[in-house]
Design a protein around this ligand. Sequence first.
Ligand code: ARG
Ligand code: ZN
Length: 419
Amino acid sequence: MWFFLFQLVLTCLIDKYKCTTTPDQVFSITPRLQADVELLKNVSSMHETVLWQPASPDQITINAEVHLFIPASSQKPIIKLLQRYDITHRVLLANAQELIEAQKRNYSTDPRSSTSYYERYHPLEDIYHWINKTSREYSERLQVILIGSSVEKQPLFVLKLSGKGHQPKKAIWMDCGIHAREWISPAFCMWFVQYSVMFYNQHSDITEILDKMDIYVLPVMNPDGYKYSWIENRMWRKNRSRNVDNACVGTDLNRNFDANWCTKGSSDNPCDETYCGRFPESEPEAAAVSNFIRSRKDLVKLYLSIHSYSQMLIFPYSCSYQEVPNHQELYEIAREAAMKIKIHYKNNYKFGAGAKSFYLAPGGSDDWAYNLGIDYSFTFELQDNGRYGFLLPPSHISKACSEALTAVKSIALSVIKKR
Ligand code: ARG
Ligand code: ZN
């Protein structure tokens, strides 16, 4: 009996994970052979894992890093399988639960905490509260517009930011939180709105932008999914629509737009993370955004969609390998924005046309907006580069948002100069 206890303590001292249950982890795995690719595709669909990168198993290719979330329960069989096939893995995050708790914890109001409201992540109810409060506080600059509601009847509120002058102005559209688990994205929309109202008439760049263009900001485009990612499953990506004849829930809102809808790079299987939905704009969230932008299509000159992670600036097309007519122009605008991030924040952003430089992903909002006639259309993939992925600690929010803000202002000023 004593000997047994002694042995247990000893094992604990040597390997502390043996005493506790193994935590959920994230692995980075780089397939070197086609056989490895096939195995990884199987692993990511068979077990209770969640693929972080790439977005869907069919985009797994030789020599490209795969980031895979592996819940404690699937770890042993998966490690065994990887060993059997001689595939090496690197533990990207040794304890996902700890990071998830840190992302939620910091939100409690500690009066001594030096971090501001904008350096924390916020649950959906708080964001609604914030929208209400901020729009009343800055009623001169902000107007709330209800553009529709989600599957679960959550309101979709857009904040309209404007400077001086009342005539109908050209406009910028920006949405955040299309994908539920990308928490840094809604945090950025909030950061952007707060910056704009605080520094209008103080910083010349944002003053010029707001005097020349209205900005429509949708802080959470997928409220049901966002809420679900706080309460039930931190790794949730899609919205929460039910499917007929299928128990799997959710459509990928960034595959639900009318741009080569449901072709290669998305899935017609409701159980997949990139499920395109029943038809283009079948989802109320995508329909609300499309209808709103369509109704102002002659005013909206710049479309911005904010995602994470991988530090990229993407422009059309993602739905085909075709080059758009103003490719060079978009390339230059993106290059300049990335350069400013490099100069001011010493961080690297890749940039390029979606499909050609990165991967095919049809049905995206950026391509749809471009085809509608909005010649300047960009998708941001914010921080980080895979160190924490979706579990970016709150302490990184400030830098991630500041650098993205610099890029957004750069792009907006470039577009203003064009006209
Ligand atoms: N990570 C984003 C997604 O998978 C990329 C979006 C790029 N644009 C696009 N139309 N797919 O949705
Ligand atoms: Zn995304």
